[in-house]
Design a protein around this ligand. Structure first.
Ligand code: TF8
Length: 338
């Protein structure tokens, strides 16, 4: 036991020493970073927030401490964005969809049926188009560090199985606080109601709304299966999340501190995408086991919806600018030819 203990002590001090050597040369101050998010700790978002926090602490030799605060305890997305802009909160991760009021180009990611698989998502988001849109946040007081995966969105409701567009008629459907989502679901015939995510569970529980749409992971982690009978696999849009810092605060950090945060955002992104995809691949079985009745939207019905949304596509093109819209279509065409 003494030998073992001595070895452990030696190993521990060696680790400490190398950590402090690495960080000594760097310009790092003690920092407390409040990192807010909307889902609960047990969600894919919560797990990745923890990975981010650990990566920052480790890379800074324990000087930079990240307090990951979930379940909208710091407020819903829009409120946190404003706290970041004002400098009252350091960091957050949330939906790009709730950012369109600040940076209209973000609406590109709300385009129904734009992205059809993970490869396309990662290529667009991590490439020049994603970078360009992310950079637009800077003028608005936000620093976008990385896109995480929220995922392909699917419909749930408490009324009936949705097998065709007409089935949406009269369904009171909660949508995100975003014009593209509102217009899309109105156009498809639903009674779309914008609402913050933090209010959604109880709105479903009390039948204030009949349904909602979110990726499998969220339907699971937020326990929507307790208050929703039907799920339709529509994959109607791919939603990203974005990790952001307050620019007011970011500008006070040293280059080394900024690099630690950027690197941790990328590392947690890679973890998060893999974790989310793993969970999503098992989710339909899990949700069925929880009692949900699941059906898949046929490609023909998805096609009818797409046709119906022509007006919305024009609206998005006008919002994000035709250059960006055309560049995106060209990039997707290139990927699909490969
Ligand atoms: C939604 C979004 C949410 C995210 C999350 C709170 O439906 O998909 O899951 O905004 O960060 O509001």
């Amino acid at each position: 036991p003494t030998l073992l203990r001595r070895t452990l002590v030696a190993a521990a001090s060696a680790a400490l020493l190398s950590a402090s050597f690495a960080t000594l040369a760097q310009d790092i101050k003690p920092r407390l970073i409040r990192f807010g998010y909307g889902l609960n700790e047990q969600s894919n978002q919560g797990r990745a927030a923890k990975v981010f926090a650990d990566a920052v602490e480790k890379a800074s030799g324990g000087k930079m401490k990240v307090r990951a605060i979930g379940a909208s305890a710091l407020g819903p997305d829009v409120q946190m964005q404003n706290s970041l802009i004002g400098g009252a909160q350091e960091m957050m991760v949330g939906s790009t969809a709730t950012l369109v009021g600040i940076t209209k180009e973000m609406a590109l990611w709300d385009t129904p049926f734009l992205i059809s698989n993970a490869k396309e998502a990662d290529t667009l988001l991590d490439g020049p188009i994603g970078d360009k849109i992310r950079a637009k946040l800077q003028d608005k007081g936000l620093v976008g560090l990385a896109y995480w995966e929220n995922g392909f969105r699917n419909l749930t409701n408490s009324k009936r199985a949705i097998t065709k567009m007409e089935d949406l008629g009269g369904i009171k459907l909660r949508v995100m606080q975003n014009n593209v989502f509102l217009e899309s679901f109105k156009t498809l015939g639903a009674n779309a109601v914008p609402m913050a995510f933090s209010e959604l569970f109880s709105a479903l529980e009390t039948n204030t709304v009949d349904g909602q749409e979110n990726p499998f992971n969220t339907i699971l982690s937020s326990k929507f299966y307790e208050v929703q009978k039907y799920m339709t696999v529509t994959n109607h849009v791919y939603s990203p999340w974005i990790v952001m810092a307050s620019k007011k605060w970011w500008d006070q950090l040293s280059k080394d501190e900024q690099k630690i945060l950027s690197d941790a955002a990328i590392a947690s992104r890679d973890f998060e995408r893999k974790d989310t995809r793993d969970e999503a691949s098992r989710a339909v079985a899990d949700l069925k086991a929880k009692g949900m009745q699941v059906n898949e939207l046929s490609p023909a019905e998805a096609g009818r919806m797409r046709d119906k949304l022509t007006r919305v596509y024009a609206l998005i093109g006008a919002d994000v600018g035709m250059d960006l819209w055309n560049e995106t279509q060209a990039e997707l065409a290139k990927l699909r030819k490969k």
